[in-house]
Design a protein around this ligand. Sequence first.
Ligand SMILES: Nc1ncnc2c1ncn2[C@@H]1O[C@H](COP(=O)(O)OP(=O)(O)O)[C@@H](O)[C@H]1O
Ligand SMILES: O=C(O)C1=C[C@@H](OP(=O)(O)O)[C@@H](O)[C@H](O)C1
Ligand SMILES: [Mg+2]
Length: 170
Amino acid sequence: MEMNRNIVLVGLMGSGKSTVGQALSAKLGWTYVDTDSEIVRSQGMSISDMFAKLGEEAFRKAESEIIGNVLKRSEQVVSTGGGAVLLELNRLAMKENGFVVALFASVETIIERVKGDQSRPLLQGHLEERVKHIAKSREHAYDFADLKVDTDGLPVDRIVEIICSRIGNA
Ligand SMILES: Nc1ncnc2c1ncn2[C@@H]1O[C@H](COP(=O)(O)OP(=O)(O)O)[C@@H](O)[C@H]1O
Ligand SMILES: O=C(O)C1=C[C@@H](OP(=O)(O)O)[C@@H](O)[C@H](O)C1
Ligand SMILES: [Mg+2]
């Protein structure tokens, strides 16, 4: 049984976690938390600066701490970063304290959504190659989710409706 009532959004970069999370929290009247924003606030630097100055490992450590702390609370919509699912500790915290929703989008859609945005250090360089590589390496990373939503061609409010119709007593 879940310890706390939360909805946790997972998925690749550009799948829409931050955008859908905000809209969903407004609809439910629940608190919105974006773990990336919490990391930026607690570290006092952007995610790109954190990767450049402290490295990805330090970012992952901060991410795990934030996930653990945030999920002690209830009635929140929590948008995670795309790589938050890589650690089992994080996956367990998500499953134990919330209903986990994975958002999916095709490589083409992701590229369309994130191109021109310089804020994701793991997508710098050849965008198509980077997205394809990360999509392949994380092919099964979101399998643990309670609900999976393919967002290709769907507007944000429709995705929110789909999630709301499926959460039941989450
Ligand atoms: N369903 C959608 N349809 C069209 N654009 C979207 C959709 N979801 C997200 N976007 C856009 O894609 C970009 C990346 O979304 P974001 O929420 O930051 O993704 P994530 O947090 O998963 O990386 C944003 O510009 C956002 O407005
Ligand atoms: O997939 C990843 O490893 C990352 C995703 C990013 O968040 P979004 O998925 O919200 O873009 C952010 O946490 C960081 O740049 C690393
Ligand atoms: Mg995000």
